[in-house]
Design a binder for this molecule. Structure first.
Ligand code: HEM
Length: 408
């Protein structure tokens, strides 16, 4: 259902002012919502993202993009933006009635920031826009819960760690099985699950991890890289990952873990088209899962794998990647390392950042990207230059997606 013509006019007239203030609005919104519902900050939202302002940016970006797309409709783009959010919400067990909580605090924040500019007419138009977006998300989430065979929001289960394996110095993978030995449900290659852990201060924090094995094995495998504290290029300190360090230090064979049913919209599509899997760093995890699936299914599509990492020692699942590629009749892998140590570069193992300009590439390729934003943006640009259509380029962002609006 599109916006009513009256609301459309009001949104068009007020979008510049709301757009300019949306960052302040979403920051105040979270402050208000967490003030009234501290349990949401403690047990549902990622407090690391909140501190860094990432979630505020993602929410603001999605609302501004959705409003813009009501004025200049592009249903496919709306679907792309909302599908990602709906999968993330489903993976967190978000329920329809919680949209009222968000509505209350969001609109209080809008009124507080924009003051008298929020006339009843303006308020009505933005209210309509909010519910258009919320109801679309609620309906997508309801479909996802149905397809997964669970009641709305009932996505959590306890699993046991069957294996813990170091995949690089900072990275461990965990094979997860059911408590009673029954097979865990299948998923689609490329999907992720949420992990919830009780931290020492009593908070239950949740993070998403891609499934790094084929979907039909009856067990699930995730790979966790412990995020160390780093200093960004502009001098800001990026704190150590609370959950990844907790799992790295505390989760061992035999331990139980709370996880959710798999969701995620970056999934391998069926078909005959050649595939490009391009990852950097820990972005390799969904790609390893996809390759494991292709190898297990005897898939004979041409596959090119591109992986970039800091060094050979940092490259998680390095040996497994080679083994999987060897199993596929038409697969090849190209790797880039910023530091190759004392090793000589080869045609397929190069020094520096990933550069696909001289790789064989069919313009019909379906490309899947996962890694830091600058990596994905540069790959996307290079693919478009090589005549791969934008709709063939699929991506997964680890963390809240502030790229959706930027890539439009
Ligand atoms: C994540 C939008 C309602 C809880 C997100 C993201 C967006 C978003 C854009 C980031 C997705 C990503 O790229 O990873 C919205 C919009 C809403 C809405 C537009 C209303 C129309 C809700 C509700 C809840 C909720 C009702 C439950 C109280 C969350 C949580 C996350 C999230 C917990 C993950 C945050 C994190 O991990 O940092 N939402 N959301 N959202 N949303 Fe919503």
């Amino acid at each position: 259902m599109p916006l009513s013509p009256e609301s459309k006019e009001v949104i068009a007239a007020t979008l510049p002012a709301v757009g300019a203030a949306i960052g302040d609005i979403t920051t105040l919104f979270y402050r208000k919502m967490f003030g009234a519902h501290p349990e949401l900050e403690r047990d549902l939202f990622n407090r690391g993202n909140q501190k860094q302002g990432e979630q505020q940016k993602a929410l603001a970006g999605s609302i501004a993009a959705f409003a813009t797309l009501q004025l200049d409709p592009d249903p496919a783009r709306v679907e792309t933006i909302l599908s990602r959010v709906a999968h993330k919400h489903a993976s967190l067990g978000v329920k329809a009635d919680e949209y009222w909580i968000v509505h209350k605090h969001l609109f209080e924040a809008i009124v507080e920031i924009l003051g008298e500019a929020v006339t009843p007419e303006v308020s009505k138009a933005w209210d309509e826009l909010y519910w258009l977006m919320a109801n679309t998300l609620i309906s997508m989430e309801s479909d996802l819960y149905k397809a997964a065979g669970v009641e709305p929001g009932d996505v959590w289960r306890t699993v046991r760690v069957a294996e813990r394996t170091h995949q690089s110095a900072d990275t461990v993978s965990f094979v997860l099985t059911s408590l009673d030995g029954s097979p865990l449900p299948t998923f689609r290659p490329g999907q992720y699950l949420s992990v919830g852990v009780k931290l020492p201060d009593g908070a239950r924090q949740i993070r998403q991890y891609s499934l790094s094995s084929a979907p039909t094995k009856g067990d699930w495998r995730i790979t966790v890289k412990r995020v160390r504290e780093t200093t960004g290029p502009d001098g800001t300190v990026i704190p150590a990952g609370e959950v990844s360090n907790f799992l790295y230090a505390n989760l061992f064979e035999g331990d139980e873990l709370q996880v959710t049913t798999p969701f995620g919209d970056l999934v391998l599509t069926d078909g005959e088209a050649p595939i490009l899997l391009a990852s950097a760093g820990i972005g390799c995890t969904p790609m390893i899962g996809i390759l494991d699936h292709l190898a297990g299914a005897g898939d004979d599509r041409p596959v090119s794998v591109v992986h970039a990492d800091r060094s050979v020692a940092d490259h998680a699942h390095r040996r497994e990647l080679e083994t999987l590629v060897e199993k596929l009749p038409q697969a090849q892998v190209f790797r880039w390392y910023e530091d190759l140590g004392a090793r000589e570069p080869l045609e397929t193992v190069r020094v520096g950042r990933a550069d696909i300009s001289d790789l064989p590439l069919d313009p019909n390729t379906q490309a899947y990207l996962c890694g830091p934003l600058p990596f994905m943006l540069s790959l996307r640009e290079a693919l478009i230059e090589r005549n791969v259509p934008a709709e063939n380029i699929h991506y997964e962002v680890f963390g809240p997606d502030s790229w959706a609006p930027a890539a439009s």
